[in-house]
Write a protein that binds this ligand. Sequence first.
Ligand code: SAH
Length: 229
Amino acid sequence: MSFAASVLTLYPEMFPGALGVSLAGRALEAGTWSLDTVQIRDFATDRHRTVDDTPAGGGAGMVMRADVLARAIDSAAAEGDPRPRLLMSPRGKPLTQAKVRELAAGPGVVLLCGRFEGVDQRLIEARNLEEISIGDYILSGGEPAALVLLDAIVRLLPGVMGNDQSGEEESFENGLLEHPHYTRPQEFDGRLIPEVLVSGNHAKIAQWRREQAERLTRERRPDLLDGVK
Ligand code: SAH
């Protein structure tokens, strides 16, 4: 069964975007995953097709209306739809590779992309949305975050990556950043490929890579070391 993604957005033209090319694009064409977009505005009921309103309590910006969003979600994911419903949100749980793996193993996702100041809190509660953040910075909308999340998921789907093993050696998969890479030419700008990598000694190479991974992680992301297996 293929992985089914539904994306609720005010800008469906942003999809599949970057996911229409390369590995993800080929997998989309092959039916390994499917993508449907829902135009939130189609679920507005007034003449101006309004999806947002001023914040209760005052202040700057606009808030997406719970009633309009609820109708959009209900059209994309009928009752009993087993897919998790996620709201892209800077207040959400930071996305991790472990979460990506969990989602990739499931039936699909329903993704809601916020705009403006965000969405009415009652919608999040009433439709049981899980908030996911892609990092500690603010985007102008949830669409790029949804593309990031889907990219990370799709490359893990069975058959998408040519060399399946490469998926397991990446940064974060074992709690470490990955070791540095080299390829031909043997000499570049007076710099040589580290001797050990051209030695043909696979045990030494594995050891060197592990040491480099640990060194890089200690230097750059000591926070990750707590979780090293
Ligand atoms: N007022 C909000 C930010 C709204 S940004 C706040 O201060 O928390 C508008 C929309 O962009 C959000 O509703 C969300 O869907 C998306 N977005 C912004 N930054 C994001 C991030 N780091 N991760 C995921 N989605 C994000």
